[in-house]
Design a protein around this ligand. Structure first.
Ligand code: MSP
Length: 526
C-alpha cells in the first residue's frame, strides 16, 4: 500500500456562517490537492466540521432541537458550500461521526492507561464564548477581560489534565531541527519564541458533563466529556484510522472500528500538510504534536499557516455588516473568478484585504482581457485564416513556455500559489504582446506571408493549450472550457500534457466563446 499525499484543512465550527475566511482556506487547500494530483501523486484531501461544544449546545437548545439534529441541518449547508467551491475532497469529517468518536475514545483510553493525565481542581475564570480557562495574565489592569472572551465567569471545577510540561524541550528541539515543520518561517519563529519564553501549562482536556453534555464522553469517567480542541484535532487521524491506516491501527490496537476491506484501505499518516489560519497556530504547533508524540505517532510533515482576510481594511464582522458572502460573489462572477482572486491577491502567510474594486479590476484586466482575450483572439484568427485547422508545428515560443512550465511546477510544489499564477500570467501577457507585435491580422492580407502566419498561429494555439494545463488546479472549469474550445477531448488535469508540441498539425478546433464575459456587456444583475 503506497502512502497518499495527505492534506487537511481546519474543520470549521458548524454553527458559524461560511464566510470568505473559510472559503479561502478551502480553495487554497483544493488548489494544492489538485496540483499534486496533476503532478501524478495520489492525494487524499480532507475537510469537515467541528461540531461539539457549549456554543452548539446552547444554540440547539434555543432552537428547541437536539444538538445532533441542529448539527445535521447545518452540515447540509456546509456540504453545499464545499460543492459550490468545487472542492475535490475525498472525505468530509464531522466530529459527531461515530467513527471519529471511537478514535477519540481509543486515544483517551491509551493516554490515560499510560499515565499522561491526572485529575485536579481548578479555581478561576472561564470564557464560554472561547470555551477556555483564563488566567490572571489574560486580565486587564482593571480586572476585566477583553470583549473577545464574551461573558467570563468564576468557576471551581475538577477536571482531567494532560501533562504537557515534560514535552516542552523535545518540541523545541524538533521545531529547530525541522525548519519546514511550520511555514512560513515567521510563524515558526513565533512558536519557538512562545515555547522558549513560557512554561507550558498542563492542558485541561475535559469539561464536566453536567455543564456540557454535547461532547465525546470520557471512556473512563462518564461524568466528563472531552474538551473540544482535543476532540477536533483528532479528526486528522480519526479519518485515516477509519480507512484502516496501518500507522493508526498499530498505535491504537484496541480501536473498536471495523477495518475496511481490500483496496478501500489507505495509508495516509503522517499528514503531509495541515493548512490552517494564524489564529489556531498554538493548537496545531504545540498541543497537536504533543498529543501525537504521546499516542506514538509521527508528526505531520508541515503546518502551513495562512493569514486573515479583511474587507476594505477592516475586520470582517457580521455585527458591523462588513462581510463578503462567497456564494453571492460566485453567483455574480462565477466560481473561477472567485478562486482566482483569492489565490492571486494573497500569498499564503500575510493578511489580505478584499476590495470589490480590486476584484472587478483583476477580473477585467487579468481574466477577461488576459487569458480570455488570448484564447478568443487566437481561436478567432485560426477560424478566419485557417478554417480552424492547426498548422505545422513551430517552436518560436517553445522555450518560454517550457521555462514557465518548470517554474510553475516548482511553485506548485512549494506551494507558492500566488507565484505560480504570476508566472503563468506573464506567459499570457507575453503571448498577447506577441499577437500585437507580429500582427497576424496584417499578415493574413498578404499571401506571401502565409508561412509566417502559420507559425504564429501554431505558437498561439500551443501556448493556450499549455496554459490550460497549468491553470487547471486553480480554475478547473476554465481549463476544461479552454480544452473544449481547442477541440481536445482529454482533460487538462494532467501536468504531463504541458509539453510543447502536443497539438498535432491538422487538428481541428472548435469555435471561440468568451471565457470571462466582459461585465459591461452583461445585463445588470437582478
Ligand atoms: N474549529 C476550529 C478549527 C479546528 S481544526 C482542528 C476553528 N474553526 S473556525 O470556523 O473558526 O475557523 C476555521 C478556519 O477558518 C481557521 O483556519 C481560521 O483561521 C480560518 N478563518 C476564519 N476567519 C478567517 C479570515 N477572516 N480570514 C482567513 N481565514 C480565517 O477555528
Amino acid at each position: 500500500m503506497t502512502k497518499s499525499f495527505y492534506l487537511t484543512t481546519a474543520i470549521d465550527y458548524v454553527n458559524g456562517q461560511p464566510h470568505l475566511g473559510h472559503a479561502y482556506e478551502k480553495v487554497v487547500s483544493d488548489v494544492i490537492a489538485r496540483a499534486r494530483r496533476s503532478l501524478g501523486q495520489e492525494v487524499f484531501f480532507l475537510t469537515g466540521l467541528d461540531e461539539h461544544g457549549q456554543k452548539v449546545q446552547q444554540a440547539a437548545q434555543s432552537e428547541g432541537k437536539s444538538p445532533q439534529a441542529y448539527c445535521d441541518a447545518l452540515a447540509l449547508d456546509w456540504r453545499t458550500f464545499a460543492t459550490e467551491l468545487q472542492l475535490s475532497n475525498q472525505d468530509f469529517v464531522r466530529t459527531s461521526d461515530p467513527r471519529h468518536k471511537s478514535v477519540v475514545q481509543a486515544i483517551l483510553t491509551k493516554l490515560n492507561n499510560e499515565g499522561h493525565f491526572y485529575r485536579s481542581k481548578y479555581r478561576g475564570f472561564y470564557s464560554t464564548r472561547q470555551e477556555t480557562f483564563l488566567t490572571e495574565k489574560d486580565r486587564r489592569p482593571d480586572g476585566s477581560f477583553d470583549s473577545i472572551y464574551g461573558e467570563v465567569t468564576e468557576l471551581v471545577e475538577e477536571n482531567y489534565y494532560f501533562k504537557l510540561r515534560d514535552h516542552q524541550q523535545w518540541l523545541i528541539d524538533y521545531i529547530e531541527h525541522n525548519p519546514d515543520f511550520i511555514a512560513p518561517s515567521y510563524r515558526r519563529n513565533e512558536v519557538l519564541g512562545f515555547l522558549k519564553n513560557n512554561d507550558l501549562e498542563d492542558l485541561c482536556i475535559t469539561r464536566p458533563a453536567a455543564r456540557l453534555s454535547w461532547g465525546i464522553p470520557l471512556p473512563f469517567d462518564p461524568e466528563y466529556v472531552t474538551y473540544v480542541w482535543f476532540d477536533a484535532l483528532a479528526n486528522y487521524i480519526s479519518v485515516p484510522a477509519a480507512y484502516g491506516d496501518p500507522a493508526l491501527r498499530a498505535a491504537l490496537p484496541d480501536l473498536k472500528l471495523n477495518e475496511p476491506t481490500g483496496d478501500q484501505r489507505l495509508a495516509l499518516w503522517p499528514a503531509d500538510l495541515h493548512v490552517i489560519g494564524k489564529d489556531i497556530l498554538k493548537f496545531h504547533a504545540v498541543y497537536w504534536p504533543i498529543m501525537l508524540k504521546a499516542i506514538g505517532l509521527s508528526l505531520p510533515k508541515q503546518i502551513l499557516v495562512h493569514g486573515w482576510w479583511q474587507k476594505d481594511g477592516e475586520k470582517i464582522s457580521k455585527s458591523t455588516g462588513n462581510i463578503i458572502d462567497p456564494l453571492a460573489v460566485i453567483k455574480d462572477w462565477g466560481l473561477d473568478a472567485f478562486r482566482y482572486y483569492v489565490t492571486r491577491e494573497l500569498a499564503i502567510g500575510p493578511d489580505g484585504n478584499w476590495t470589490d474594486a480590486g476584484f472587478a479590476s483583476r477580473y477585467t484586466a487579468e481574466l477577461a482581457n488576459g487569458i480570455g482575450n488570448l484564447l478568443n483572439r487566437s481561436l478567432a484568427m485560426l477560424r478566419s485564416y485557417r478554417n480552424k485547422t492547426v498548422p505545422a508545428r513551430h517552436d518560436e515560443l517553445a522555450h518560454e513556455a517550457s521555462k514557465t512550465v518548470e517554474a510553475v511546477r516548482k511553485q506548485l510544489l512549494e506551494p507558492d500559489l500566488q507565484g505560480a499564477l504570476q508566472t503563468l500570467f506573464s506567459l499570457i501577457t507575453h503571448a498577447n504582446q506577441y499577437i500585437d507585435q507580429t500582427a497576424p491580422f496584417k499578415l493574413a492580407k498578404d499571401p506571401a506571408q502565409a508561412q509566417r502566419l502559420d507559425e504564429i498561429l501554431y505558437n498561439l494555439m500551443e501556448v493556450c493549450r499549455i496554459l490550460a494545463v497549468l491553470i487547471w488546479p486553480f480554475l478547473p472549469s476554465t481549463a476544461e472550457k479552454i480544452f473544449a474550445q481547442l477541440g481536445l477531448l482529454k482533460s487538462p488535469s494532467d501536468f504531463n500534457l504541458a509539453v510543447w508540441g502536443g497539438l498535432p498539425s491538422g487538428h481541428v478546433t472548435n469555435d471561440p466563446a468568451p471565457l470571462f464575459p466582459r461585465r459591461d456587456t452583461l445585463p445588470s444583475p437582478a
